[in-house]
Design a protein around this ligand. Structure first.
Ligand SMILES: [Zn+2]
Length: 245
């Protein structure tokens, strides 16, 4: 893969040296083709991708607001911290929309089943994050398990997608991104539940490097990986629609 990438780069370099005019004309043709193709191909609906982007924006907005305002008072910290977790639950549940929709858009039964299940689980996790009764320290593990459970529930649709589209390179490509996303979210939940690294050196990470910050960084990394997978899905379905199903 890597060697092929560099071979293409070197080939392009020689092409520019030998005939710059032909190269410019060809790249202009490619640009025009890229502009026209979506109009000709009738692009697939974008709402699941926008739902994911909306969930990610809500999550980042909620956590920015939380960390900006939580120093105001103890009461506000209490409310804001709950909003922080609700934002993350919204991000994880909306993350399922693009892969589930674009994998199963030609099988409405499984599409609705997986989307319905993750929506219910997402709403339950948001409620648990917001209800005061679940904020006590003894519920820390339960809250972390709910987040982890939500992430793990992605295994079924991903395996199902691989079985259905084993012949399709996009299925493997997106699964690679999804596994990476799972690793980021999984480590994030683990760090959150175990309070690493401040449990080893209390007081040393109060300003920077404590578990909650690492948790947020990993959530952003997971969301970005997922965004890349979403682009692969869009390109695949824009080009092929329901062919090969
Ligand atoms: Zn936070």
């Amino acid at each position: 893969m890597f060697v092929r990438f560099w071979n293409t780069k070197i080939a392009t370099f020689y092409e520019v040296l030998l005939d710059p005019f032909a190269f410019v004309v060809r790249s202009m043709k490619e640009d025009v083709a890229n502009l026209i193709a979506p109009l000709m191909l009738r692009p697939i609906t974008r709402w699941p991708f926008f739902a994911f982007l909306g969930g990610a924006m809500f999550c980042l907005l909620a956590s920015s607001t939380c960390h900006l305002l939580s120093c105001h008072s103890e009461r506000l910290t209490y409310i804001m911290l709950r909003l922080d977790y609700a934002g993350i639950a919204a991000l994880i549940s909306t993350s399922f929309y693009p892969p589930v929709y674009y994998s199963f858009m030609c099988n409405p039964f499984f599409c609705n089943l997986y989307l319905g299940f993750i929506t219910l689980l997402g709403v339950a996790t948001i409620l648990v994050s917001l209800l005061p009764v679940f904020q006590n320290p003894e519920f820390r593990t339960i809250r972390a398990s709910l987040f982890l459970g939500m992430g793990l529930s992605g295994v079924a649709p991903i395996l199902h997608k691989l079985i259905l589209f084993w012949h399709q390179p996009e299925a493997h490509h997106t699964t690679g991104y999804e596994v990476l996303m799972g690793v980021f979210y999984g480590i994030g939940a683990l760090i959150y539940a175990t309070r690493i690294p401040e449990r080893w050196m209390p007081g040393k990470f109060d300003i920077a490097g404590h578990s909650h910050q690492l948790f947020h960084v990993l959530v952003v990394a997971g969301a970005y990986t997922h965004y890349q997978a979403g682009l692969v899905y869009l390109k695949w379905r824009d080009l092929e629609g329901c062919r090969g199903n």
